[in-house]
Structures are given as structure tokens and as C-alpha cells.
Design a protein. Structure first.
Length: 401
């Protein structure tokens, strides 16, 4: 098959986290199965741009990636060059896989797919649920603008794009259920995100750049720093834990807005936890391997997470996980016994459960083994690519019947 993926930003724009990691993993895995895979994206990378040639395909690990120059308004990922390329080249592909909603690449790709009668699949990235639509930002005006923008988009453009898609790609049943508010007529399917299974010899216990091992048990949080990630609940949980035991530390890896990072620093200082909690900023791939390997427990207490690729990354490295019941991957964690799924929202109820895991090495070890087994058998990119390929074939067999 000739497959085109359209995504607002792509590797190496790692600051966008999970969506970039997942889209690179999926496209590479599809190419490995013998398909011709291309990516159309913009060169937007936060407030800057990726220093790379635009409008010319770049070979990246078996796929051809074309970056198009982003233009005003940048928040919408607008690009005339992307629009022209879609119009001129879409007929060369059997199917198009669009990632994200609310943004120009989705709107224009959907339009040209319909116009040129090319089937398209949309992966909404968990953006269709009320939590995302109602998301609050640091500034009230930004929150209000975001809410109005998303609701208006869905009513005027987005719902039509989704209703006329050949398929919707949800990454968890949790995401699918929360999308029901829009009454999308297109029948979607659930295909989880995959994860690379690291080889033991690439994981170093003693990486010089960041030391997280020491003599203390290490609780690890690794994700984008955003209020939706439940970091403040985690900090208060650690505050409660530290009153009764001092044999652990918390590593917070990731970056957010300067305002939110400052807020977290102030909370940590106010609670007197500077010696217990370390905020280490953005984490590169080499450091990520080291940090995962030297941690004892991974925690993600998000208020909403459509899948949670970082949880899969932790489990692939045999780390037991503690996650909230708002993380899409929760069913896998529960079914395989790879960690704890927390329904409680109060830190005083969460702290004893984490404390029990810190005390029980055998339980952590068993959970870690089950998590790696889960990733190898259910979430390997080979399996996810095969499932995606089967979905494409089904769509093509049904298209225009």
C-alpha cells in the first residue's frame, strides 16, 4: 500500500511528546512491513521551527518525510505549501492517516481527500472529550479562547470531517467512550499505540549525565509538565509519604510553560521538599533509558490521558506503574497485573498504596515482569502495524461500495 500520514508536527519536534513518538513508531513499523509510507507535516517546533529543508522529502528510518513551512497563524499550523502538496499528490496514495483535530493540516487534508475520493482515517489524539475542550490554561483569556475555538471548529468543520472519514482511529476504549458527546457517525476502531522493546545492552545503570539511582528508592514521573498530568497531586502525595519515611525520592522529568514550571517549583519549596523532589527538565532518549532503568516505580496520576505512551515505555523496561483511572492504557495494566490503577483522587489515600509498593520488592518485580510481557505480546510496534494494516485493508474493501 501507498500510505500518507498527515500530522501537524513530526520528529524531531520531541517537545510535543507522545504524539510525535507514536506517529514515528507507527510509520516506521508500517514501512518495515513493506508499505510505501510518507509523512506530510509542518516545520513548527514550539515557538521556533525545525532547522530542516522544506517542501523536499527527507529520508528518515525507512519513511519519506516532507516538512512544509508553517505560516501565520502559527497556532493553527497553517501552511499554503502543505495545501498545494495535498492537492497535487493525494492521488498517489491508497489511504491517508490524519493525526489530530482542530488544526489546519486536518481540515485541508480531509477536504482534499473527499474532493479526490481518497479514503482517510483520523486519529483524534484524545482531543474530542470534554476534558480537552474545557481545558484551563494559565491565563483565563487563553482558556476562554481555546474553548470557543474548539467548540466552533467542531460545529462548523470538525464534525463534518469526522462524519465523512472512512475510519476513526482511537487508541483506547476510554478515548472512544469520551468522544461519544459529538455523536460521530463514522464507525471507529480501537488500535493501541505501540512501544519499542529496548535491548538490555542499551540500558546503562550508570549514565554520567543524570544520576537518579543513589541509595534511595526512586519514584519517577516523566511527561509533559501540564496541570492535566496530576503533578500537583503527586507532589502532595510525596509530601504525605515523606512524613513517615525518608527512603525515597521523586524525579520529575519533562518541561512545560515557564509559568507552570515556576508554580511547581514554588509548591515544592513551600512544602520543604527540595531535597526529595528533583525537576530535571526535558529528557533526551539516552537519558530516558538511564532514568527508566534506575527508577523503582513509575507514577502518572493524570486527570486525562487518551492512552499514555510513557506508561507503555515504563512497562517495556520492567518498571511497575501506578496510574490514575483516567489513563487510557489502564485496562491493559489491570488485566496483566502490571501495576496499580488508582481511582482515588485524594493524596492521603494514594500515599499508602505507593508506600506498600516501595516496601515490597517482590511485588514490584512481579509487576515489572508482567508489564514487559504485556508490551512484548500486545503493544509491540510489529503487532500494532499489523492491526493498522488490517484496518486499512478493511477500509479499502468497503470504500465507495
Amino acid at each position: 500500500m501507498k500510505i500518507l500520514h498527515v500530522i501537524p508536527s513530526f520528529a524531531p519536534a520531541w517537545q510535543y511528546g507522545g504524539p510525535i513518538i507514536a506517529s514515528l513508531g507507527l510509520t516506521k513499523a508500517l514501512a518495515k512491513r513493506g508499505h510505501h509510507v510518507e509523512v506530510f507535516t509542518t516545520n513548527k517546533d514550539g515557538k521556533g521551527v525545525i532547522p530542516i529543508q522544506t517542501s523536499t522529502p527527507v529520508s528518515m528510518q525507512g519513511i519519506d518525510v516532507t516538512y512544509f513551512k508553517v505560516q501565520f497563524p502559527r497556532w493553527y499550523y497553517f501552511s499554503f505549501a502543505l495545501s498545494a502538496a495535498l492537492k497535487n499528490e493525494l492521488r498517489n496514495f491508497d489511504i491517508v492517516h490524519i493525526h489530530s483535530v482542530y488544526l489546519w493540516p486536518t481540515t485541508i487534508a480531509s477536504y482534499w481527500c473527499r474532493k479526490l475520493k481518497v479514503p482517510y482515517v483520523v486519529r483524534p489524539l484524545g482531543m474530542l472529550d470534554s476534558t480537552n475542550v474545557e481545558k484551563k490554561y494559565e491565563h483565563t483569556i487563553a482558556s476562554l479562547f481555546s474553548k470557543i475555538k474548539k467548540n466552533t471548529y467542531m460545529k462548523m468543520i470538525g464534525k463534518y470531517d469526522l462524519d465523512n472519514a472512512a475510519g476513526i482511529h482511537y487508541t483506547s476504549q476510554y478515548e472512544r467512550d469520551l468522544s461519544s458527546k459529538w455523536s460521530i457517525s463514522t464507525k471507529g476502531t480501537v488500535i493501541p499505540l505501540g512501544v519499542g522493546i529496548p535491548k538490555p545492552n542499551i540500558l546503562s545503570k550508570n549514565h554520567d549525565s543524570i544520576d537518579v539511582s543513589g541509595n534511595l528508592k526512586t519514584i519517577l514521573f516523566l511527561s509533559r509538565l501540564d496541570p492535566i498530568k496530576g503533578i500537583e497531586i503527586l507532589i502532595e502525595t510525596v509530601n504525605i509519604l515523606y512524613r513517615t519515611r525518608q527512603d525515597f525520592k521523586l524525579i520529575i522529568g519533562g518541561a512545560g510553560t515557564p509559568e507552570y514550571e515556576l508554580k511547581l517549583h514554588k509548591i515544592i519549596q513551600k512544602k520543604g521538599l527540595d531535597d526529595v523532589i528533583s525537576m530535571i527538565g526535558n529528557v533526551g532518549q539516552q537519558d530516558k533509558n538511564s532514568i527508566f532503568e534506575n527508577a523503582d516505580l513509575f507514577v502518572l496520576l493524570s486527570h486525562h490521558e487518551n492512552f499514555g505512551i510513557v506508561v507503555a515505555e515504563a512497562m517495556a523496561r520492567q518498571l511497575p506503574v501506578v496510574i490514575s483511572n483516567n489513563v487510557g492504557i489502564k485496562n491493559y495494566v489491570e488485566d496483566y497485573g502490571a501495576g496499580l490503577v488508582i481511582s482515588e483522587k485524594k493524596p492521603q489515600l494514594i500515599a499508602p498504596k505507593i508506600s506498600r509498593l516501595l516496601d515490597d520488592y517482590n511485588l514490584r518485580s512481579k509487576m515489572g515482569d508482567k508489564g514487559k510481557y504485556l508490551c512484548e505480546n500486545e503493544l509491540s510496534w510489529d503487532k500494532i502495524a499489523e492491526d493498522t494494516e488490517n484496518y486499512y485493508e478493511f477500509i479499502l474493501s468497503e470504500f465507495d461500495k
